[in-house]
Design a protein around this ligand. Sequence first.
Ligand code: SF4
Ligand code: SF4
Length: 99
Amino acid sequence: MECTRCGACCVAPDIAALNKPVGLRCPHLTDDNLCAIYERRPQICRDYAPDEVCRMIEAPTLEERVRKYLALFGLEAEAQTVREHGCRSMRAARRLTAK
Ligand code: SF4
Ligand code: SF4
């Protein structure tokens, strides 16, 4: 599976090493969906490899791909909470969504 540099994996999942909440663009993702800190990106980003999820979330726009990713992993409610609260921190988002 080839990475198409669609950007979805830098937007949809939360990333603890960056304190990035679910569903929000990583602040290091450039407008053309490249990593602005590629040489010093965290290990989790280095280890990420394209897999069947990339194929499952294929869609014409990044927004749609992110939506499909969130649906696939049941993260829509958490992402909505993050959006509603303008939450920029993963740890704060986790507290907000903790049951
Ligand atoms: S979601 Fe998959 S195809 Fe898209 S940038 Fe990430 S690894 Fe590449
Ligand atoms: S640090 Fe770079 S590779 Fe990692 S999520 Fe952000 S933009 Fe993507």
